[in-house]
Design a protein around this ligand. Structure first.
Ligand SMILES: C[S@@+](CC[C@H](N)C(=O)[O-])C[C@H]1O[C@@H](n2cnc3c(N)ncnc32)[C@H](O)[C@@H]1O
Length: 361
């Protein structure tokens, strides 16, 4: 039942976003009573848990706030300069639900929850430095290869500019020191490579089942609306990444990963390191897609040569036997060098991150 799904979503943000938690708990109560939330969610009663109706509801409201169309509610939203008052929040939500019920219902029915976390560019940057270093060593080259970066599940493509960000490490700006987009990656340990190397990304491409066009205001608002509204640091990071994307657009093709990858990898490219990258995508793919993705990659790996090397770099949650049931790990495979490393682990959004390279078996 929908109210239960709202409570599930509320539990997922407990401890991370008091505002979204309070909103979803109150909305679940209103749904159960048959209040205005039931009218807003009409048609979504049978939606699957995986479509997270509660977060679609919260995102649609957040979007109205960001558009400046719900000023009284905006007073609770830090992303709009407000300060949450959880005791009066629902009183200020209700008039917005009544006034915009039809529009909200249409928006909630037509959207999927869509995120793109640019904090993951920090482990990607360190991973690319490591991969280019190891590929050069394996090929006996004094200079590193330039990179062709292929991202599967790229969303809005915000992680396709890891070389255009300034990373503040040990008081020094790495990457692109002059960039207006700066990240403090909060690293423990360091990647096993010289980080002063000037990464060159000569080609970049991405695909997604549901790409977001961040060159449009609609696309930018779409991604911003799904950031929990009291996580201002994430919101600002996203805004900085969106601004950078305006200056350096990279289109993301609407396509399923394995088919797209097969096309991209059909011919090995000499004198570049081809890197296939994905972050927080694996859990959303079907068993058939996974099997096909593995087969496409194995095929391309078989054709890789020292002068046309191939890397797989992924940042994904993996089950562990430790205290945490799963951990976000950065993994690197390199062909034909035969490198297979678990480079480290970090927070879901990529920051902070601990470098701790060891064999990945
Ligand atoms: C949680 S988002 C992560 C987006 C981005 N990689 C990041 O780290 O911010 C997962 C993305 O994977 C995409 N996706 C899921 N299955 C896919 C598939 N089979 N092929 C391509 N994209 C897929 C979704 O549409 C969604 O944009």
């Amino acid at each position: 039942m929908l109210a239960e799904l709202f409570l599930d979503a509320a539990r997922s943000c407990q401890g991370h976003s008091p505002l979204t938690h309070a909103l979803l708990v109150a909305a679940a109560g209103d749904l159960a009573r048959g209040g205005v939330t039931a009218r807003v969610m009409a048609g979504a009663e049978c939606d699957r848990q995986g479509t997270v109706p509660g977060l679609r509801f919260a995102g649609a409201l957040h979007r109205l706030v960001l558009e400046g169309r719900a000023p009284a509610l905006a007073a609770h939203y830090p992303t709009a300069g407000g300060e949450p008052d959880l005791r009066t929040l629902w009183d200020d939500v209700l008039p917005v639900l009544h006034e915009h019920a039809d529009e909200l219902r249409a928006a909630i029915a037509s959207t999927v929850v869509q995120t793109n976390e640019p904090g993951r560019s920090a482990p990607l940057f360190g991973g690319l430095q490591t991969a280019t270093h190891l590929a050069a060593v394996a090929a006996g080259r004094r200079t590193r290869f330039p990179v062709r970066l292929l991202e599967v599940g790229a969303s809005g493509g915000l992680n396709l500019r890891p070389h255009r960000i300034a990373y503040l490490v040990d008081g020094v700006k790495l990457g692109d020191p002059g960039s207006a987009f700066a990240l403090d990656p909060r690293w423990t340990g360091r990647p096993p490579a010289d980080l002063d190397h000037n990464l060159r990304l000569v080609r970049r491409a991405g695909c997604d089942l549901d790409p977001v066009d961040v060159t449009t205001e609609d696309g930018r608002l779409h991604l911003q609306s799904f950031v929990w509204a009291d996580q201002v640091h994430r919101f600002e990071r996203l805004r900085a990444a969106l601004d950078l994307a305006q200056l350096d657009p990279v289109p993301v093709r609407r396509a399923a990963g394995p088919e797209w990858l097969a096309e991209q990898l059909a011919r090995p490219e000499r004198d570049v390191l081809t890197v296939v990258w994905h972050s927080v995508v694996w859990q959303y793919t079907s068993p058939a897609d996974r099997a096909m993705g593995r087969a496409v990659l194995a095929d391309a790996a078989g054709r890789a040569t020292p002068m046309a090397p191939l890397a797989l770099l992924v940042y994904e949650p993996r089950r562990t036997h430790g205290a945490d049931p799963y951990q976000f790990q950065l993994l690197l495979k390199l062909w034909p060098a035969g490198v297979s490393l678990r480079l480290g682990s970090g927070a879901g959004h990529g920051i902070p991150f601990t470098w701790d390279p060891r064999p990945w078996t």
